[in-house]
Design a binder for this molecule. Structure first.
Ligand SMILES: Cc1cc2nc3c(=O)[nH]c(=O)nc-3n(C[C@H](O)[C@H](O)[C@H](O)COP(=O)(O)OP(=O)(O)OC[C@H]3O[C@@H](n4cnc5c(N)ncnc54)[C@H](O)[C@@H]3O)c2cc1C
Length: 456
């Protein structure tokens, strides 16, 4: 090629780099720029990760650690908010530990939780400390997602991940030996090819067309939830609080403290129940603030400091594939949130890690793509899907119990656990997602429960 054409191309490339760099710096986002600027003219990568929430950022971290040439795209500009309860539980912390990011200086969770408070429909309250005698054991953290997701993404970029934010993906299509990922950036079409793609686009599954079933969630496979931030709260402690209201289970309200006097307070309800009851979610949320005795006490001098915002938590439909050829779905895109607790950050990160490892193994060792997706699907079934299925089953039994009523069963469980520390601890670990749902399959656990039940 003629040297003057090459020089012109290099100048043009440098010009694009420099313009992009200046725009990022002007937006105060120089910290998330990869070293050397963005290489927007590159069109081919080994892996494209779509979505930079906990699932995508974890996958990008792991791919960078393993030296894989990957591109991470997100339609949002970071830091961005995400409607959530902000509970970062032990499962998420374990993935951070594996990534060498916890404990660490910059970890944004300064206010560790020491336990769980559960309020029953008759307003009995059970308070359980988790990890008694072990000052390091935490029931998790509550970290506003704007901060947590921004921090995690920053760590991915520090490890070497290449990020293009502001890129909205609309389609993932099969191409010979790979995938084409198409969308737009600032209204202009953009398309890249990759040998593998990791779908980490959250609850927006229906909006990305591709070689997989269109949607997760909806009806009984979804919870709709609302939350707002409050300050000036009195009497709250470092406890993850969950309260059940009479006649409204499986819905529940939460108070997740972000500090000694501040909290994320919200209410969530399964979508089909909400439709059946015909009550707007906002009314349930306001009712929770007005009538729940614990919450009313906290709020005596408290005030709301953010708008009330809502979103959906999608759940898995049985037999929904988690991988299609070279596309591996993770986090909410695969419906990996727990139907019992609504917790999805931990499983999103866990699936992001597993997807990245399967893809990295395939690329490093020349394993056929089909085997990589089979390996991913089998890890997901073992580590996540099986648990979620059991959680759905337990929820179904709790909603339509073979005897008594849901409210009375929950009242009795809370009452019994107040007099039985082992049962209380198991309940707390179940809520923070630290106890595998397979515990329900262990006959010894049912025996222990029966003995606890019989105690006066
Ligand atoms: C009200 C509420 C409360 C919750 N509380 C908790 C809690 O306390 N603890 C907990 O563990 N879980 C909670 N969850 C669940 C949790 O928020 C999700 O399970 C978790 O965010 C899933 O992570 P993810 O990375 O899969 O998706 P997300 O966090 O949703 O990230 C997806 C990313 O993909 C990007 N994206 C989407 N579409 C596209 C596209 N087409 N192109 C490019 N980028 C795209 C988005 O901008 C986003 O950054 C709650 C959910 C809700 C709604």
């Amino acid at each position: 090629m003629r040297p003057d054409i090459v020089r012109a191309a290099v100048i043009r490339r440098d010009h694009i780099h420099e313009t992009a760099r200046l725009v990022c710096i002007a937006r105060g986002r120089a910290d998330i720029l990869p070293p050397g600027g963005v290489e927007m003219e590159r069109k081919s990568f080994d892996v494209c990760v779509v979505g930079a929430g906990p699932a995508g950022a974890t996958a990008a971290c792991r791919l960078a650690e393993r030296g894989i040439d990957a591109l991470l795209v997100d339609r949002a500009r970071f830091p961005r908010d995400k409607v959530c309860g902000d509970g970062v539980g032990p499962r998420a912390v374990r993935v951070l530990e594996k990534l060498g990011l916890y404990p660490s200086e910059g970890f944004p969770g300064k206010y560790g939780l020491e336990g769980v408070r559960i309020g029953s429909p008759n307003h009995g309250v059970l308070e359980v400390a988790v990890g008694e005698g072990d000052p390091e054991a935490k029931a998790g953290y509550v970290i506003p997602r704007e901060r947590f997701d921004g921090w995690l993404l920053e760590q991915a970029v520090k490890k070497g991940a290449r990020l293009w934010d502001g890129v909205e993906v609309r389609q993932v299509e099969k191409r010979k030996g790979g995938l084409q990922i198409s969308g737009s950036m600032d209204g202009r079409p953009l398309s890249v090819t990759a040998r593998f793609a990791i779908g980490a686009w959250g609850a927006q599954a229906g909006k990305v067309a591709g070689p997989y079933p269109a949607r997760v969630g909806g009806g009984r496979f979804a919870v709709v939830a609302m939350r707002a931030y409050f300050t000036g709260l009195q009497g709250i402690g470092p406890y993850l609080e969950i309260h059940f209201d009479p006649g409204l289970v499986p819905g529940y309200g939460w108070v997740f403290p972000t500090g000694p006097e501040s909290a994320n307070i919200g209410y969530g309800m399964r979508q089909d129940f909400l439709r059946k009851k015909g009550i707007p979610l906002r009314r349930l949320f306001e009712g929770f603030l007005d009538t729940n005795p614990s919450v009313r006490r906290y709020l005596e001098k408290g005030k709301r400091v953010s708008p009330l915002r809502g979103a959906m938590i999608p759940f898995r439909k049985a037999r929904l594939p988690v991988a299609r050829g070279r596309l591996l779905l993770t986090g909410d895109a695969a419906g990996f949130a727990d139907p019992l607790s609504g917790e999805g950050i931990g499983t999103a990160m866990q699936s992001g890690w597993m997807a990245a490892d399967c893809v990295a193994n395939a690329l490093r060792h020349g394993i056929p793509a089909r085997w990589a997706s089979v390996a991913y699907a089998s890890s997901c079934h073992k580590e996540i899907v099986w648990n979620l299925g059991l959680a759905s089953l337990v929820q179904a039994i709790l909603i339509r119990p073979p005897f008594g009523s849901t409210d009375r069963i929950l009242d009795a469980i809370v009452e019994k656990a107040r007099g039985n520390p082992r049962m209380a601890r198991a309940l707390a670990r179940l809520i923070i997602g630290d106890l595998s749902r397979t515990a329900f399959l262990d006959a010894r656990n049912w025996g222990k429960l029966r003995r606890a039940w019989r105690q006066p």
